[in-house]
Design a protein around this ligand. Structure first.
Ligand code: GLN
Length: 203
């Protein structure tokens, strides 16, 4: 018997600052419903959450101002799939080497990150990554003052490294973290990968 399967994932994208529009556009392209999260009530009935790149200090502060930090942490405790890209990865990490004193974080994923690890804006770069979980074709992507992942806990799967072994993408259960910006690559495979995690939880 063939399974009929009409699940349309509703994915919230934290829309306080940063590159949220590009994520919403990719989600629309993939047929998912994208919701811009600006208020706590926008977290209702979501199947997954994306925390975009931008400036983690600013996003963190705004998260507190808009009363979103607590409810986001509650969602994380409930096990909702969450994907952090770049600044979003910093916010998701349990540890950062140089978070500004008092920088509000979500502190959920068992990784330690180093902010601005590749230098200033001018040292931003593009590269072709090998990401076995996405198939054979390399994933062309952009590092824009991104962090790197220094260490990962025992339950964390490394999804991609640079040629020198630097970890730049990882997964821990329903949590996904990427140090770069897949939403500006034109390649939807990382978004599809996240949607598969979401579908797995909602089957
Ligand atoms: N440097 C930023 C931070 O520390 C992250 C940059 C980005 O998201 N592209 O928050």
């Amino acid at each position: 018997m063939t399974e009929t399967y009409n699940f349309r994932p509703r994915i919230g994208v934290l829309a306080l600052q940063g590159d949220f529009e590009a994520h919403l556009k990719m989600l629309a392209e993939l047929g998912a419903e994208g919701i811009a999260i600006r208020l706590p009530e926008h977290l209702d009935k979501l199947h997954g959450i994306i925390i975009p790149g931008g400036e983690s200090t600013t996003i963190g502060k705004l998260m507190v101002v808009y009363d979103l930090r607590e409810p986001l942490q509650q969602k994380l405790r409930e096990g909702i799939p969450v994907w952090g890209t770049c600044a979003g990865l910093i916010l998701l990490a349990k540890e950062t080497d140089n978070a500004l004193a008092g920088q509000p974080l979500l502190a959920s994923m068992d990784i330690r990150v180093r902010r601005n690890a590749f230098g200033s804006q001018r040292e931003s770069f593009e590269t072709d990554l090998t990401v076995p979980a996405l198939g054979e074709a390399p994933f062309h992507t952009f590092f824009i003052r991104g962090p790197l992942i220094e260490t990962v806990g025992p339950e964390v799967e490394v999804l991609a490294t640079l040629d020198d072994g630097t970890i730049v993408a990882a997964r821990e259960g329903n949590l996904l973290g990427t140090a770069f910006h897949p939403e500006v690559s034109g390649d939807t495979r990382f978004h599809q990968y996240f949607l598969r995690i979401v579908e797995g939880v909602n089957r």
